[in-house]
Design a protein around this ligand. Sequence first.
Ligand code: SPV
Ligand code: MG
Length: 435
Amino acid sequence: MTIKNKKKSVYVGLAADILHEGHINILKKASSLGKVTVGLLTDQAIASYKNIPYLSFTQRKIVLQNIKYVDKIVPQKTLDYVPNLKLFKPDIVVHGDDWKKGIQKKTRERVLKILKKWSGKLIEPKYTKNISSTKIKSQIQEITASPENRISRLKRLLNAKKIVRILESHNSLTGLIIENLKVTKNNLSYDFDGMWSSSLTDSLTRGKPDNQSVDYSTRISGLNEILDVTTKPLIFDGDNGGQIEHLSFLVRSLERSGVSAIILEDKIGLKKNSLFKNQKGTKQSNPNTFAKKIKKICSSRQSKDFMIFARIESFILEKGLIDALKRAEIYSKAGADGILIHSKEKTPNEIFSFAEKFKKSKNFIPLIAVPSTYSKVYEKDLIKNGFKIVIYANHLLRAAYPAMEYAAKKILLNKRSYEIEKKISSVNEVINLIK
Ligand code: SPV
Ligand code: MG
């Protein structure tokens, strides 16, 4: 390396979650051109286009600091390089040529445009074949799904993403859909961040009503089957938590399985699903009594990342906004990590009015929405109104049930199965579903 070269400033944007020879090739090339500043993508920047990294920003920074080709590290807070490039005005940007296509194509075009302003250059070494962090990640996914890692993942997602997207899972097969499904739209990839273990669908799959007739042990053994084959975080619907004296054992079982959070609802007595029109006989707990349950969970948890979300049923029981807000303050002070403000209205108006007021409180904590009845709401509007988690609470079961009933009907009517063949998975598909 010549001294002259060292005077040039070179910028390299990296996520650097799992460092491999491809990164080293890029950094080596960059270092041969001058003094290397790595723009290390923050968790938020990475989450804007793919899954959050395994390693935290600090952990990734420490690794890079010890690489001889790196002179300086600065955070890059967006996938877009422009803000940092404007700030540092490097002579050269180095990036693998893989970004000419795909998700990062537009980012590249913006880099070229801004570099022109000070006659900077873009150098694009050939992408190192057969190696990529994404590929390595899918290979080691199994290993990283330890209970501890899975518990913490939800908190990290909350910090990194605008909204955490959760879908109901009532068995291992639905868990696998949530684990593996990805869609691409406008060059961005979307997937679900985790699973909801719903008391409603856990009960329905067992042919029982959603009134706690399926006990926690049965539900936990079911969710363990889901956890056996998945790596994404899971939120547990704990109904009202039952007896306060039993809560610490419930928390212990959930943590041992790798569950990331429990949601408790502030109701007492025989449980009735909140979406029933008629809520006669359903009682809400005294908020201070319920706060004791929250405190009990906080003091029982062993992982600092296991979370307790308090679910407020004031709108369900027509107690109104003031009551809901009063409870939110009490639950937040008791140690809740978030508030699920539930509603069975057709629009999100009442939960948005709650959010607008609660956002101003010094005790504000992240908000969770369950848009079962107000399903027209878009995630972007939930984000705008301060919601951090959206739970699609029952949709996979609601999709499966009519499809199964339809198939059964067709067989009965036709006295053979031929007519339904086109509507269902082929035998070949199902026998190859699980490799
Ligand atoms: C569930 O999915 O079991 C829930 C949400 O608790 S709700 O059905 O709306 O009560
Ligand atoms: Mg429930």
